[in-house]
Design a protein around this ligand. Structure first.
Ligand code: ZN
Ligand code: ZN
Length: 575
């Protein structure tokens, strides 16, 4: 009898939990459906094209629409107790809640539309719609025509909103909007000509293109002639300040610790890394400099060794081939060491970066969006044949023999590509759409470290280069927090990056520009790594002699691209 009662109770709670989770699945779908209505551009970029024709004018009524959306869905999810949800839904719950609170904070406190002239730029979104090749050109152009009709009102509203812009983002807006003009004046116009639209439709489109073209030029002119001269005397600082920074860090990074704590931990980490690099000198200095006296300043000595070993690199015409050859080597090592299961039915395809994506040389992963999951994933590598010999040489010194291996671990295997395969197996639209960048970047940085610890290449040169590379992540965090919260000057920033972190001057200058134009994102690499690394230590302690690295890696990735702090809760509470 007692047994029967217990099992009935179990049955009841089981069914009940099934129902709660099914209800929550429906809530998630409603949330996504409504979100696409309010954020049509975001939908387009994610591969959902139902709202390609919609352009909201960024005015007070649109702000209200966003707040209403956030409040309504917060009220709905608050009816659920996250403790009763299964692991997928529980993390989805927290991610939705964070997104909705973040929207309210953006509209009410951050108010980017009042001080970031660069948020007003339509080139990218129109280009994306025009190039959605799965749809007939005529359908795309009809969406574009409707969307174009709001462009003049859009820019008129931008001018009203921008009450307190920064000079840096004004310059960026001028540059980017000038670049966008060609999308309207060339790309779309050429497509109109080629299309089978009738004359009247073509005329309407061309008139709207003229109006959009004029509105953008007028905006650029206004920024240059009316706004900029006054800003040169007195403008809002690009530095975010502590209050806004802490909040943005909370919503974007979603770490278990505060920005200040992460900054302090990065600061300590930098000292530790430099000590390790200094330690490597005793072997490397005599190897490369024989009897020459080592400088007393160890930073200087490290720099000199880095410069020498960077000369070991592939030739420009074998850059692609070198990357292609390394991928199976990485796979073999991982299989031999049993570090993580790699699905052999999903090999990574290395290809030359398509022309329309080129711009900066380098390597990147292009992955299918949540609405196009079966599409292939590519490792894009830009060949160096377009570069001058000097530029190619400098690029190859940067991506030398050692760094190239680390780059492949980061971008491909077991970094971003491997994480993506696991993420696609955890079928949550929420995590595909709101995926946590800190977890994603953190995993790639962790993947490099894991490969080094497991002995992929134990040469002291490799370790020195690894630490240089890793120092970049650490210093990104130090730089971002120091600049936005602690008023770090450009000179101090350059000293940090060049003298204390061994970066080239061009790389450091680019970073200085990026830190002025973005906030918080630069923290994601080190923060994510640090959270994963300390989670692994705690997981190891908890599992005792049952711990093994393969289980940790696979289990960690099985939750999808969720913030590490939620994965931590789930991994440490389960048995
Ligand atoms: Zn060379
Ligand atoms: Zn990355």
């Amino acid at each position: 009898m007692k047994y029967l009662l217990l099992s009935l109770l179990f049955l009841f709670s089981c069914n009940n939990s099934q129902k709660i989770n099914a209800d929550f699945d429906k809530v998630k779908n409603d949330f996504i459906t409504d979100m696409w209505k309010i954020y049509p551009d975001y939908a387009t970029y994610m591969g959902f094209h139902d709202y390609d024709s919609v352009l909201y004018v960024p005015d007070g009524s649109y702000n209200k629409k966003q707040i209403d959306f956030a409040d309504a869905h917060l009220a709905v999810i608050k009816k659920f107790d996250p403790a009763l949800l299964n692991t997928t839904n529980k993390t989805d719950y927290y991610m939705i809640e964070n997104q909705l609170n973040s929207i309210k904070w953006e509209v009410n406190s951050y108010r980017g539309g009042t001080w970031l002239p660069s948020v007003y730029n339509l080139g990218g979104i129109f280009y994306e719609i025009l190039n959605y090749k799965k749809q007939h050109l005529e359908t795309r152009l009809s969406n574009i025509s409707k969307k174009l009709s709001n462009v003049p009102a859009y820019y008129a509203s931008a001018k009203v909103n921008l009450t307190d812009p920064t000079l840096e983002h004004t310059n960026l807006a001028i540059l980017q909007n000038k670049g966008s003009v060609s999308v309207f004046d060339q790309s779309i116009r050429d497509s109109v000509k080629k299309s089978s639209l009738n004359e009247e439709q073509k005329n309407i489109l061309n008139t709207r293109l003229d109006q959009a073209f004029n509105a953008i030029n007028d905006y650029v002119l206004w920024l240059e002639k009316d706004l900029k001269p006054s800003l040169e005397k007195n403008a809002r600082s690009f530095r975010l300040g502590k209050e806004l920074y802490d909040a943005k860090f909370k919503y974007d990074i979603q770490a278990s610790r505060s920005a200040e704590e992460i900054y302090q931990s990065a600061f300590r980490e930098k000292e530790k890394v430099l000590a390790k690099m200094t330690g490597l000198l005793s072997e490397l200095w005599p190897k490369y400099f024989k009897d020459k006296k080592q400088p007393d300043d160890s930073l200087l000595a490290i720099r000199q060794v880095i410069d020498v070993i960077s000369l070991r690199h592939v030739q420009p015409d074998s850059f692609m081939a070198a990357i292609k050859k390394q991928i199976p080597q990485l796979v073999d090592f991982i299989n031999k060491k049993n570090l993580i299961y790699l699905d052999p039915s999903k090999p990574l395809i290395v290809r030359e970066t398509p022309l329309y994506m080129r711009g900066i040389a380098g390597a990147s992963i292009s992955s299918p969006g949540p609405y196009d999951k079966d599409a292939e994933t590519f490792y894009n590598v830009t060949p160096l044949d377009g570069m001058s010999p000097e530029a190619a040489e400098s690029y190859l010194r940067e991506y030398n023999y050692y760094i190239l291996q680390i780059l492949n671990m980061h971008e491909a295997i077991p970094g971003h590509y491997t994480q993506l395969i696991y993420s696609n197996k955890s079928p949550s639209i929420i995590k595909s759409v709101l995926g946590n960048g800190t977890m994603i970047e953190g995993w790639a940085v962790y993947a490099e470290r894991m490969m080094m610890e497991e002995g992929y290449n134990n040469a002291p040169e490799m370790w020195l280069m690894y630490y240089k590379w890793y120092l970049r992540s650490v210093c990104n965090t130090i730089l971002d927090y120091s600049v936005h919260v602690l008023n770090m000057s450009e000179e101090e920033a350059m000293d940090l990056l060049i003298r204390q972190a061994f970066q080239e001057k061009t790389e450091a200058s680019k970073k200085w520009r990026r830190v002025q134009l973005t906030q918080v994102q630069l923290c994601s690499y080190f923060t994510g790594f640090d959270e994963i690394y300390s989670l692994r230590a705690d997981y190891k302690a908890k599992m005792g002699n049952k711990y093994n690295i393969k289980d940790f890696n696979e289990k960690f990735l099985s939750y999808g691209s969720a913030p590490v702090k939620y994965i931590r809760q789930l991994m440490l509470q389960e048995n």
